[in-house]
Write a protein that binds this ligand. Structure first.
Ligand SMILES: Cc1cc2nc3c(=O)[nH]c(=O)nc-3n(C[C@H](O)[C@H](O)[C@H](O)COP(=O)(O)OP(=O)(O)OC[C@H]3O[C@@H](n4cnc5c(N)ncnc54)[C@H](O)[C@@H]3O)c2cc1C
Length: 441
């Protein structure tokens, strides 16, 4: 298909948000007899799943301290569960075990989940946590974990396959998808709205734009003349001036190659995704030396060829080379200490992972994430006809955000998107902060 001169809805980015929005928008237009998928065009400078959605570990969880994140996860889960085969969704469960410092947070997460109908199990007390884990893995040996939540409806999905599944659903509704087309600028009208989108393939006249540019959001944000520094009204009522709107972190993930048949539960099943935050001394599986005796955190899942997971990300700052996904980019590989920390954590938890450091796969993994000033998403109409979906790196799991955005574009309001409006910064309506070592929990 050649680049059209005009389109009603132009969506920038063929990651989870762009594709989900396109698919749901096509369905909404058809259901309301206000058009159909052919009114929607998705452009991507590279292609489907070329960004963060195609390299994410694929963890899908509800382990969030912030009530608004829990609410939006209900919508996401509905979409994942609507067609697990097409989305390559594996609801094997998600299990997080933490030390005493985070135990009250986990208890409140569980209580909220139980009150709102999610199927989760909560376990409190060190010996009770150990017993629960040993029923799943007889060789579980981590100490000092005093609270656990097991989210039975969650798990993981295969990253690229799920994006292809989404793209097929959108295309089946008539949505057009053009790969290799880069958005390079916006021509604005007098009222501030965008009239023409400039692309590498030529200008396109538009009625409505949706931005789903993942870690490239800062570049698009700049093209739209949106503020790079913002004032924030804190939860204490004070105004904090000149905060960077976007800051980059290096998301550290890796894989160890092993025969996956040796990584099953005691009843021979695929294990849940596991997350552990602990303050127990972490001893290197490679050198036998102490890595840290402060709070550390890791997560992992069974992959096709071994075990894949990650740890606490590293902050880069407001400036980064934001084309992280080319093999030549230095930001594609994880920091040097990551393999040591992650494999030490694995060996700390499971006897069978002792000596796993030598199985660590040095292939490139991990990537860059763009985080908003408070590390939570911005889902909002930033100009009269430009909706921005910038998930602050929470988002592979957020496959349902596009459904809400599509409804907003049809003139409805969305209670689950509202807590993520841009005005929360000036209104001081911020999300509560947990005691997790991760910036996104
Ligand atoms: C290493 C890593 C692991 C992660 N693990 C998880 C996880 O386990 N679970 C989870 O929920 N989240 C995870 N995340 C976060 C998650 O991947 C992202 O939040 C989410 O995928 C962002 O989706 P998106 O659609 O906004 O962006 P992307 O998937 O990055 O898609 C954006 C698209 O926009 C295109 N684009 C950019 N600029 C332009 C332009 N100017 N013109 C045209 N096209 C453009 C890009 O080519 C790209 O395809 C992880 C992230 C990373 C980096």
């Amino acid at each position: 298909m050649a680049l059209p001169k005009k389109v009603r809805f132009l969506i920038v980015g063929a990651g989870v948000h762009g594709l989900s929005t396109a698919w749901h928008l096509a369905r909404e237009l058809r259901a309301r007899r206000r058009g159909d998928g052919t009114d929607v065009l998705v452009v991507d400078k590279t292609g489907v799943a070329a960004g963060a959605s195609g390299i994410a570990c694929g963890v899908i969880r509800n382990f969030y301290y912030q009530p608004a994140m829990g609410e939006i996860m209900r919508v996401n889960l509905e979409v994942w569960e609507s067609d697990p085969a097409a989305f390559h969704f594996n609801p094997v469960g998600y299990l997080a075990a933490v030390g005493e410092v985070q135990a009250p947070d986990v208890q409140s997460i569980y209580e909220r989940q139980a009150a709102t109908g999610f199927r989760s199990t909560f376990v409190r007390g060190e010996s009770q946590v150990s017993d629960y884990m040993r029923r799943i893995f007889p060789d579980w040996r981590a100490r000092g974990l005093t609270a656990l939540i097991h989210e039975h409806q969650f798990g993981f999905a295969w990253n690229k396959e799920s994006m292809r599944g989404l793209a097929q659903k959108a295309q089946a509704e008539g949505v057009n998808l053009l790969e290799g087309v880069e958005v390079t600028g916006f021509a604005r009208r007098g009222d501030g709205s965008v009239g023409i989108v400039l692309t590498s393939g030529g200008p396109i006249e538009v009625e409505q734009v949706v931005i789903g540019a993942g870690p490239w959001i800062k570049r698009l944000w700049g093209m739209l003349d949106l503020p790079m520094k913002i004032d924030i009204k804190g939860r204490d009522g004070k105004i904090y001036k000149d905060n960077d709107m976007w800051t980059f972190w290096r998301l550290q993930e890796g894989e160890m190659k092993m025969d996956v048949r040796s990584y099953v539960t005691s009843d021979g099943k695929t294990p849940p995704v596991i997350h552990v935050d602990s303050s127990e001394p972490l001893i290197s599986d490679r050198t036998g030396k102490l890595i840290t005796d402060h709070l550390w955190g890791i997560y992992w899942k069974r992959d096709r060829e071994g075990v894949q997971g990650g740890g606490v990300p590293e902050k880069i700052g407001p400036d980064a080379q934001v084309d992280p996904y080319g093999p030549a980019s230095p930001y594609y590989t994880v920091g040097e200490d990551f393999a040591d920390t992650w494999t030490a954590g694995l060996a700390h938890c499971l006897e069978r992972f002792k000596g796993c450091n030598r199985l660590y796969d040095k292939a490139p993994s991990g990537g860059i994430g763009a985080f908003a000033a408070d590390s939570f998403p911005v889902f909002d109409s930033m100009l009269p006809n430009v909706f921005v979906i910038a998930d602050s790196n929470h988002g592979y799991k957020m496959i349902g955000v596009g459904r809400e955005v599509a409804r907003v574009l049809m003139g409805e309001s969305s209670a689950v998107l509202r807590p993520f409006r841009f005005a929360r910064f000036t209104e001081g309506d911020l999300h509560p902060v947990s005691r997790s070592p991760f910036p996104w929990s």
